[in-house]
Design a protein around this ligand. Structure first.
Ligand code: C2E
Ligand code: CA
Ligand code: CA
Length: 407
């Protein structure tokens, strides 16, 4: 996908020329610009814009000529957003959102051209509400993260951390979940909760997921080689990789997964795919077909965050599922309220009736682990056993972990 590049305009440079067809917008990071229109042979300044403003945004929606000229009043650093990038974001939006956005953008264009007749002043643009400002900041921030993230992938700033998954009955290591981290040179470690949603919105997630799968394929081989046989179960170690709904939208999910595994010479049974309930609901048709093909190759499929998404359970029959991962919110309330432990018991019973295994997430103390063991939960992961760790630490973990004592 075409991303947004950074550019510098010197004082006096024209960012946009009235009458030209535009195919990009700019976000002003530093500096200021003036907006000029031709009226009766003269250039009239109708406003100025400073850092944080977006300029030329109409080029994102249509091919009409620019309605004003924009000139740098001082040296300006800008981020450039191409129409291709914007179109990609719109294409991947919900259809209703897409329609509403187009209507609003068209009305906005009409409003802008009307207001230019009455010589829109910079004072008018300051009348934006606080809400608009907030939205604006959020949007600018999202664009920034997207650009940096794309560069991060190329600069090897992304990495996977691995959290062990433990068999509750015999305290053996059964595998690891791969969790993405971004080691930002200035901002330090950035959590996936911040950058995954941005990557999902822009479509960059497809590249991130395939990268993660490739890295996980290498990791699983290294972990299997390093493992002390006494610490791991009869089934050899696996690595679980998280996927998003956007990974399924291109229709190439299965081909991409398979080609990465072939390239890495990884046995499909070494890898588990983790998919959330909401993903299955958002794209049931494409997801079912792709997942069935993956499963036919021997890849196991886990439902992540089970219980937080949809109330209808019929999908459990519809999709090929091997493992239910109980969301940590159930585990948190289970130790506080006895009624929640009845709920967890029901989920485990349901999974077993459907021939699925259960992994409980977010185990933070022995109390939670022992309740789950009593309830017949097979596996779990959580800070009580180990936090997610980089590969070198995971390799040591499989060599010399000392399981905690459980009463
Ligand atoms: P998730 O898939 O549900 O991953 C489990 C999250 O719970 C991880 O957060 C993990 O660090 C955290 N966790 C594990 N044990 C405990 C515990 O005992 N207590 C508490 N409080 N938390 C625990 P993390 O690594 O920040 O990841 C957050 C979410 O970001 C993940 O939730 C997943 O939805 C998403 N994510 C992470 N990596 C990837 C990825 O490679 N691809 C995609 N699509 N999403 C990812
Ligand atoms: Ca997960
Ligand atoms: Ca989860």
């Amino acid at each position: 996908m075409a991303g947004a590049a950074k550019k510098i305009f010197k004082k006096g440079d024209l960012l946009i020329r009235e009458g030209e067809i535009g195919d990009r917008a700019y976000v002003l990071e530093t500096g200021s610009v003036e907006i000029l229109v031709q009226r009766e042979g003269a250039l009239i300044q109708i406003g100025t814009r400073g850092a944080g403003s977006i300029i030329g945004e109409m080029a994102m929606i249509d091919d009409k000529p620019r309605t004003a000229t924009v000139r740098a009043l001082e040296d300006c650093h800008v981020m450039e957003i191409s129409r291709d990038d914007f179109a990609h974001r719109v294409d991947s939006a919900d259809p209703i959102l897409k329609m509403v956005m187009r209507v609003i953008m068209t009305r906005y264009r009409d409003m802008i051209s009307r207001s230019q007749f009455v010589q829109l002043s910079s004072a008018t643009s300051a009348e934006t509400t606080e809400n608009d400002d907030e939205l604006h900041k959020l949007a600018v921030n999202a664009i920034k993260i997207h650009n940096e993230l794309q560069a991060a992938l190329e600069k090897n700033e992304l990495m996977l951390y691995y959290q062990p998954i433990i068999d509750l009955q015999n305290l053996k290591i059964t595998g690891f979940e791969a969790l993405m981290r971004w080691q930002h040179p200035e901002r330090g470690m950035i959590s996936p909760g911040v950058f995954i949603p941005v990557a999902e919105e822009s479509g960059l997630i497809v590249d991130l997921s395939q990268w993660a799968l490739g890295v996980a394929c290498d990791a699983v081989k290294a972990l299997r080689q390093a493992a002390n046989p006494k610490l791991i179960g009869e089934q050899q170690l696996t690595v679980s990789v998280n996927f998003s709904v956007k990974d399924f939208s291109s229709g190439k999910f299965y081909d991409q997964v398979l080609s990465t595994m072939r390239e890495k010479k990884t046995d499909p049974s070494y890898i588990h795919l983790e998919i959330t309930e909401s993903l299955l609901m958002e794209a049931p048709g494409p997801a079912k077909e792709a997942l069935e093909k993956c499963r036919a190759q021997g890849i196991s499929i886990s439902i992540d965050d089970f219980g937080t998404g949809y109330s209808s359970l019929s999908y459990l029959h519809y999709f090929p599922i091997d493992i239910l991962k109980i969301d940590q919110s159930f585990i948190r309330s289970m130790s506080k309220q006895p009624s929640s432990s009845a709920l967890v018991r029901s989920i485990i019973g349901l999974a077993h009736n459907l021939n699925m295994r259960v992994i409980a997430e977010g185990i933070e103390n022995e109390h939670e682990a022992s309740i789950l063991r009593t309830l017949g939960c097979e596996e779990c992961q959580g800070f009580w056993f180990a936090k997610p760790m980089p590969l070198p630490d995971a390799l040591k973990f499989v060599q010399n972990w000392t399981p905690p004592k459980m009463s």
